[in-house]
Design a binder for this molecule. Structure first.
Ligand code: FES
Length: 109
């Protein structure tokens, strides 16, 4: 579904399906995307940790960051920047839109 700009937005679930502090993984355009809710805001980032491929969708939300379950690296949910070692490189972030209570994620096709 095309909504704006060059990105394609994909509906993943209802906003009410995502709980505060929960992380879920969705495959969008063949790409695994971790979706998390922090302080009522939904964020979408790469599911794969840049340190050694940890599954961020299995991780946890800590003060606006997503923490890798493997070695504990953290990334800012808004920017994807590394906030704690051992990761060095940022992860990609994706746009999130809420339309009529449904969550759409913008992932390049
Ligand atoms: S794979 Fe994520 S911290 Fe090592």
């Amino acid at each position: 579904m095309e909504m704006a700009g060059v990105e394609e937005y994909t509906k993943i679930c209802a906003e009410s399906d995502l709980s505060e502090g929960q992380v879920s993984t969705f495959e969008i355009n063949g790409r695994p995307v971790a979706v998390a809710k922090f302080e009522g805001v939904i964020y979408a980032v790469d599911d794969v940790c840049t340190h050694d491929g940890g599954d961020l969708g299995e991780g946890s939300v800590v003060k606006g960051q997503i923490q890798c379950p493997r070695h504990g690296a953290r990334f800012d949910l808004k920017t994807g920047e590394v906030t704690r070692m051992p990761a060095v490189f940022a992860i990609d972030t994706y746009e999130v839109k809420i339309v009529d209570g449904e969550v759409f994620i913008g992932v390049p096709a």
